[in-house]
Design a protein around this ligand. Sequence first.
Ligand SMILES: O=C(O)CCC(=O)C(=O)O
Ligand SMILES: [Fe+2]
Length: 734
Amino acid sequence: MAVDGLGPLRFPIADEQAVQLRELGRRARFGRGEQTLTDPEVRDTWEIPKEPVHVEWTEAFTAVLDGMRAELGLPPHCQLMPELHSVLLYETGQFFVPHQDSEKDDAMVATLVVSLPSAHTGGELVVEHQGQSKKYRGLKTAVSLVAFYSDCRHQVLPVKSGNRVTLTYNLLLRGDNQVSATESPLVGDLATALLAHFATPVVLPYSSRKGKPPARLAYLLDHEYTARGLSWSRLKGSDSARGALLRAAAERADCEIALALAEIQETWDAYDEDEDAWYGDHEDEDPDGYQDPGSTDDRQYVLQDLIETSTTLTHWIGPETGRLEDISLDISDAEVASTTPTTDMTPYSSEYEGYMGNYGNTLDRWYRRAALVIWPRNQGFASRAEASPGWALDELAATARAGKIAEAREAARSLESFWHAAGRYPGQAELLGKALEAARELDDAQVATMLLRPFALERLIPPHGPAFAALATHYGDIWMDGLLRYWTEGWRPSSYGLAQAPSEWFEDLPRLCAALSTGGTASTAAARRIIEVSWTMFTGQVAPALDGPLTSRREAWLTALGAPCAGIIAAAARLGSTDVLQNARKLTRTAGDRAHALAMATLRAAGTRRAGFGELALSCADRIRALLAQPQRAPGDWSIKLPTGCACELCETLGTFLRDPERRALDWPLAKDRRRHVHARIDEAELPVHHETRRQGRPYTLVLTKTEALFERERLARERHQADLAWLTDEWKV
Ligand SMILES: O=C(O)CCC(=O)C(=O)O
Ligand SMILES: [Fe+2]
């Protein structure tokens, strides 16, 4: 090894040469996510630039690399290619904390660390994998070489004395490391086991019933892979042989197999060992008990029972495309198998949650593992469709377009058992677009309903217009009514209270209905239906809440409803939905401050639109004129109206006091619960009454005082009515 300017290095490396090297170096950086950082708490090392460094290996290196290939479990027909990554100098005290190397190249599978001969103590390289760890010490008089798969966590312990100099190499895998396992006697056994797995009903927990046989098997691999490093031809260590065996067994059992990445979450019942020691000396502890949520060092917790595991496949190499695809597929416990249990792996993140009421203390751990996913070939379409429904819809449409309509319908029917979940996949707008296309192409009313049913009406957006119109024309009104009923199921009030109306979607209804109504009569009729159900939903939620006083909270709520209300009315006017327009007029005739607030908010949200709003503007103006015509409160008139709602004796006393035009204050000895009821009534109606408890005597005395806000508010309300009326006259020519 030679360095420009320094000449050949002499081994063991002497102090003065280490100093020369350091002068060339800079503080080594490390990667975290997308970033490259320096932080001497994490990595304290000098990195010498590669350009002036020249390394020449003897013949023996090739043999060493081939030995490493064999020991890493890679077959003889592939090769490890070393690529110099960095030249590092650790002076006394320097180190690198545990980390995983990032794979800088798709073909990178491992790291090679070469320690050059130098006298030093400490500075051991510690490599971990699946709970095992090995320490490697550099030598004074010989080169030492350590290679490990890049998913292994490793660290360099602080150098205690002397200097440690290393070269690190990325080991790239050249050639396909797959071996054929068809000859192995294990293949037959594995194939039999696969057939048994797919024929054995799942035992359901807490039930004497037997479930259906599992739909698939996900066998978890032992090494970690990044999405870019995932490849059949670069499986690491024992994964490679297992992959080959299962691939051959799947073939023999007439199954399909895919290589996937899984996200696994474990929830443990756990406790913090230190938590009980609260009486001890805690001075050096963080007062908030803060724990870095990203920290994977959760060994301070004592694990009790594993409460739950969830496994979701997030990527796979498409069985046909051979490309990495984003998928989302939940795998049940009965479908997961592994040689190394997840519990023995190192989580990439964990989070401890102390006692929260319903649950005890829990520790969540997250892992990423690779998996071989296997399913019977005759269930292939359904199995892949569950993982990527968008792909499936495209397939269905394409098959039907190619004239294989019976086959396409059959394939569509095979999705029925899980298709209800299609409404929860990410990318709903795109998925619905594809479903609309496929439903039309399949030309079968029942299958079309099955495919579309899981979606919700508020997923329908203007770009869907043409596909929706084609569907409406093709299947007719009755079919469409049925579909719209399904699509608004989530809108109906459930036992948990009112469903949440999709406000923004209502607001945008004119645009949607415009897009739908260009598609012919059937589509226009469907658009009218959509307006009707929207109005029914909207008033169903709002009408019951229009009674009662207008508090500030109510006012904010009603103001926010102006835009959706205006959206529905404008859409109704545009498509001539007379029923809805008539109903909207009814709303304008509803008496009360709340209805007025909603009507004004609707007019303000109408913007420049006029059609459909005329009567609303008129009746608002009438109402304001009537209010303004009422005599103003006389100075010194302190009477306040208590809204109806409770007829108890306390409320009667309260009502009498409030009504009295002369009395301003009331001293009222009342026990705690009764005081609370009176407070609640006053606060709920936001009455201009101050309440206070005088904590003397038994029971304490509730002191009520009417405040000046009574006059101030009425003055402000009048001003606002005047301004509103001016606006209505100006803008709406009422
Ligand atoms: O210096 C060593 O032994 C290893 C350095 C290392 O882990 C790295 O550069 O990523
Ligand atoms: Fe490293």
